[in-house]
Design a binder for this molecule. Sequence first.
Ligand code: G3P
Ligand code: MG
Length: 234
Amino acid sequence: MPALRLPRFIAHRCGGALAPENTLAGLRAAAARGFRAVEFDVMLSADGTPVLIHDETLERTTDGRGRVCETPDAALFALDAGGGERIPTLAEAAALCGELGLLANVEIKPAAGHAARTGEVVAAFVADRWPAGEAPLLSSFSAEALAAARRIAPQARYGLLYEDVPDDWRAAQARIGAVTLHCDAARLRDAVLAEAAAAGVPVLCYTVNDPAQADALFARGVAGVFTDRLDRFA
Ligand code: G3P
Ligand code: MG
């Protein structure tokens, strides 16, 4: 696995605020702004298809109703995810990232009760079907999803994802073989930064929309930030 090409700025939910979240239009907006990395959220449909969406329910980001994990593909892909965009499959997003030269941070976002299966499906896709070019970075708030993914794709790159990093994160890092540590910018403690620096693990913080906050984080040793405000950082 080649070294991780980690830019300082990562577009959040594909294109941040420049496009409907978690859409192909967002990937194009990020690339057009000069971003080289994107983060997006992946959940399973009722048919087990990995798709890009953040919430467990459809209401906030689409014109549909109900739970993503109970909605079959035919109904899911008929919805408007904003501006006439359709909910993309992971396969479509991966192909476009390859075409645009974007590093993808695939955040495995399982619906409740579907953690292991979601991790397995995403990992199988990454192992067998990810397009040639840069391999993605897989992360998840769900330790169960990450462990399941790693059983399927031990060779993939993993990032630990927390709101507040727990004191025992190094044990989780060893279990998963994680190469990055992701956390809420507001909750990052200096002790964690020191441990990460000593371990050679880059720290990435979400969600940073204020350039002054980004500068302060970089000064503390943070390697990169996830941002919605692509217009402020490009
Ligand atoms: O992966 C970083 C960040 O996206 C985590 O928060 O809720 O935006 O998925 P959320
Ligand atoms: Mg996310």
